[in-house]
Write a protein that binds this ligand. Structure first.
Ligand code: AMP
Ligand code: MG
Length: 337
């Protein structure tokens, strides 16, 4: 299939692809998404095929405003409207009880559905013109780092989707925060651009699912099926080194062998002359680290490095999301210095 390269001038074409049951690469403020009409089971099936995504990993439904929630969800708690008021449009997904009209293929057969109202202006306009909720996971091949540019998404999806709208690099750079509102207290399933601190300020107590900070055991049943798969991983194995930035960088320098690559904060790049290197941004600029982390992980797949060492921010604010993506890419192979 020939994948159309679209821009902000082609949004009618983009909306038409969705309405006709096609697959569309969509810019969002988090990462690029692989969208289809969320009420068309056959179209949604094609998302799983294009990504090689396991069928038991549910998708998120993207809507233009909280007013659409009652169309697809029931038993909506007041907390959902409170969060929508504060954080929508934006990088927050709420897990709510679903209505029967949401196809099983979207929710992987769960009785809940993930709902998000994205902030990217082109994405909003596409959904508005299509007039349907858009089911979308991240636009990468299953298991690979998520795409934060149209070019990165085309690496994985060229020829497999009908079109992609280039809306520039993603402003947040990591996927949406996912909070489950069907349990008490609400539970953070995936950290993202809306921070745990912000959720707690809005809701009071918020639990953190254990899958956020550690590897899930083989016999365990995850609340969100997506939690059980290897994720975000480049081909070479990754080791995350946590701790004070200077000490972590020094640890990496001391253990570096020929053929290794490094992901480090900008200040420490001079420690690794001649080494395949990706800079995450200044150690103090965590939002910049979020924007760069997936491109950094992706870059190594074009090199021949045998192992990757990665510096990592601490768990404060959006640092929890960056650390989560790096930890998952490393299969939770973490060294604390
Ligand atoms: P991605 O495919 O990268 O956009 O991720 C979508 C994420 O949303 C996955 O981690 C899913 O497991 C999660 N998700 C979607 N719907 C649900 C749901 N009903 N319950 C729990 N997690 C969900
Ligand atoms: Mg994904």
């Amino acid at each position: 299939m020939n994948t159309l390269r679209l821009t902000g001038r082609d949004l009618d074409t983009a909306a038409d692809i969705l309405r006709r049951g096609g697959l569309l690469g969509i810019p969002t403020e988090t990462v690029y998404g692989l969208g289809a009409n969320g009420l068309d089971p056959a179209a949604v099936e094609h998302i799983f095929e294009a990504k090689g995504r396991p069928q038991d990993n549910p998708l998120i439904l993207h809507i233009p405003s909280a007013q659409w929630l009652p169309r697809y969800c029931e038993d909506i708690p007041p907390a959902a409207y409170l969060l929508a008021e504060q954080f929508w449009p934006g990088p927050l997904t709420m897990i709510l009880r679903r209505r029967d009209l949401v196809p099983d293929v979207v929710t992987a057969g769960l009785d809940t559905v993930g709902m998000r109202c994205p902030a990217h202006p082109l994405c909003r306009e596409i959904i508005h013109r299509a007039g349907v909720p858009v089911a979308a996971p991240s636009g990468n091949t299953s298991g690979r780092p998520s795409p934060t540019t149209a070019a990165a998404m085309l690496e994985d999806m060229d020829g497999k989707i009908d079109g992609i709208v280039d809306g520039g690099p993603c402003a947040v750079g990591v996927e949406s925060t996912i909070v489950d509102l069907t349990v008490t207290p609400p539970r953070l399933l995936r950290p993202g651009g809306v921070t745990l601190e912000q959720l707690r300020a809005a809701l009071g107590e918020v639990a953190v699912d254990s899958a956020v900070t550690r590897l899930m055991g083989a016999g365990e049943h995850p609340r969100a099926p997506g939690m059980k798969y290897r994720h975000y991983a480049p081909k070479a194995p990754v080791t995350v080194v946590k701790g004070p930035p200077a000490a972590a960088a020094e640890y990496i320098r001391a253990h570096l062998e020929p053929g290794d690559g490094v992901i480090c904060f900008d200040e420490y790049a001079p420690l690794f002359p001649g080494c395949p290197l990706e800079q995450l941004g200044p150690s103090t600029d965590v939002p910049e680290q979020a924007r760069r982390v997936f491109e950094a992980l992706r870059w190594f797949d074009g090199t021949r490095v045998k192992r990757i060492w990665a510096q990592c921010p601490d768990d404060e604010g959006i640092g929890l999301a960056v650390a989560n993506r790096l930890n998952k890419a490393a299969g939770f192979h973490i060294i604390q210095v």
